[in-house]
Write a protein that binds this ligand. Structure first.
Ligand SMILES: C[S@@+](CC[C@H](N)C(=O)[O-])C[C@H]1O[C@@H](n2cnc3c(N)ncnc32)[C@H](O)[C@@H]1O
Ligand SMILES: [Zn+2]
Length: 158
């Protein structure tokens, strides 16, 4: 079966010091390169909330009321991007589903994005990213923080 999501052949999934498995560069990746594209079924929030819990967390919110997610167990693995959150990320979402390198990335580095740039949800998570600027607690409403909006807008993200 073809994977629902795309992960660059320059990446690999392996154990992460942040959490479970993560996505890592196995070769050098240049700033601006596409590293992953999220694929899946496009679901309204109402449908998304009825999905079996064992399918998550393999979804991504693409608008206020839409998510992309696998809907069957056998699709989950090929839909996961395995990108953990970091408060000092090296990849960023461009549009709704395409992830690009924010800077040159060396082989062996874990590819992380700041979930403040993708999530608008009600959750709170203790962050284990280990970055010097770690926020400690991550919430699904971090996108509202002016400091983060300014940081990522300055880097060309909207
Ligand atoms: C989409 S998964 C990412 C892949 C995950 N590491 C795995 O092995 O399935 C999202 C989950 O990873 C964990 N996670 C990701 N980033 C994290 C972080 N910075 N600190 C703590 N847990 C994190 C959380 O449990 C979250 O629900
Ligand atoms: Zn953090």
């Amino acid at each position: 079966m073809t994977d629902l999501s795309y992960r660059s052949p320059k990446t690999e999934v392996r154990e992460s010091p942040i959490h479970g498995k993560g996505l890592f560069a196995k070769q050098a990746i240049a700033a601006g390169e596409v590293v992953a594209v999220k694929g899946g079924h496009v679901l309204a929030t109402k449908e998304w909330t009825t999905l079996e819990k064992s399918l998550g967390p393999a979804d991504i919110q693409i608008s206020e009321d839409l998510f992309i997610a696998p809907v069957r167990k056998e699709q989950r693995e090929g839909s996961m991007l395995y990108t953990n959150h970091s408060c000092d990320p090296n990849i960023a979402i461009q549009g709704q589903i395409v992830f690009v390198a924010m800077r040159d990335i060396a082989p062996g580095e874990e590819l992380t994005h700041d979930w403040a740039t993708t999530d608008d949800l009600d959750y709170e998570m203790q962050c284990n990213c280990g970055a010097p600027n770690c926020r400690g607690t991550i919430t699904g409403k971090d996108w509202m923080k002016r400091e983060l909006q300014e940081r990522y807008t300055a880097r060309g993200m909207k």
